[in-house]
Design a protein around this ligand. Structure first.
Ligand code: ZN
Ligand code: MN
Ligand code: MN
Length: 288
């Protein structure tokens, strides 16, 4: 697997690539703007050029570079104001990713917010997401960037806990050449998909293959889980220190079906990225 980590963009967005290279990443993920704000100053021409130049410089070492959207965006929201804001923010995310020549934009499907009627709430939420993505695709015709729906832990009214949620969204997308999936190991474990033993691992990915299909799978987020299986808790832990444990990651890393895919860490880290260095070392020690 092309292992890497989420990299900060402080001091210039191109620095994310240099940071990744500096700690031995083979792929990285970035936010192209603050992940906790709706708006951002437009990218400057020189920032875009410097980024693309740096990307080219390291293109044999670091690829792909994944963009991840802001956490605020919720295209499943029944509230018009939130939905509209989310739609506009998503358009900006797509524009920025395309300008930076990034092929993939990872996105959390969203929360339908209907606690009283989770079933119909989820169905409506799924339809809203698909409608939004179809409209976004129309507005960005000719773009290369693909939206990758991420598997979720299922906290609150989160859509994407079950593989079926993502499959249903994908089924409703008109231009399905621009929709993919990101499998987050922590989220899906929290959602009830076990990968700790060979038997459980095989069952989980047989299910993924039959419900979504491996042709949709673009990237893994490699995170251990603070919470136990099926607790719906979205809290990432360092590799081997959580409830998944090294055995699960060993199965994943030695699965030849995924050897060409990106696998980026989203585990806690300090400024010096020492934790990423350690987690990458642990992961690489698990190859047979
Ligand atoms: Zn994510
Ligand atoms: Mn993730
Ligand atoms: Mn998470």
């Amino acid at each position: 697997m092309r292992l890497g980590a989420h990299m900060p963009i402080g001091g210039g967005i191109y620095k994310s690539i240099e940071r990744g290279e500096g700690i031995g990443c083979e792929s990285i993920q970035i936010f192209t703007k603050s992940n906790r704000q709706w708006t951002a100053k437009p990218l400057k021409k020189e920032d875009i050029e410097k980024f693309i130049e740096t990307k080219k410089k390291y293109e044999s070492k670091i690829f792909p570079i994944f963009a991840h959207t802001s956490y605020l965006i919720n295209l499943a929201s029944p509230e018009k104001e939130t939905y509209d804001k989310s739609f506009n923010a998503m358009l900006i995310e797509l524009e920025r990713a395309e300008a930076l020549e990034l092929s993939y934009l990872v996105y959390h499907p969203g929360s339908h917010l209907d606690k009283k009627n989770p079933k119909t709430g989820s169905e409506k939420g799924i339809k809203r997401i698909a409608k939004a993505i179809n409209e976004l695709h129309e507005k960005t015709e000719g773009y290369k960037v693909m939206i990758c729906l991420e598997t979720m832990a299922g906290q609150g009214t989160n859509i994407g806990r079950k593989f079926e949620d993502l499959a249903q969204i994908i089924k409703l997308i008109t231009d399905d050449s621009r929709i993919g999936v990101c499998y987050d190991t922590c989220h899906s474990f929290a959602a009830g998909y076990d990968i700790r033993t060979e038997k459980a691992y095989n069952k989980t990915f047989e299910e993924f293959e039959s419900v979504i299909g491996f042709d949709r799978l673009i990237v893994f987020h490699i995170n251990d889980s603070v919470g136990e299986l099926n607790r719906r808790k979205d809290r990432h832990e360092h590799i081997g220190k959580g409830k998944i444990g090294k055995a699960g990651f060993k199965l994943l890393l030695n699965d030849s079906r995924f050897k060409d895919l990106g696998g980026t860490l989203e585990t806690p880290k300090g400024k010096e990225l020492a934790e990423d260095v350690e987690n990458l070392k642990v992961l690489r020690s698990l190859y047979d």
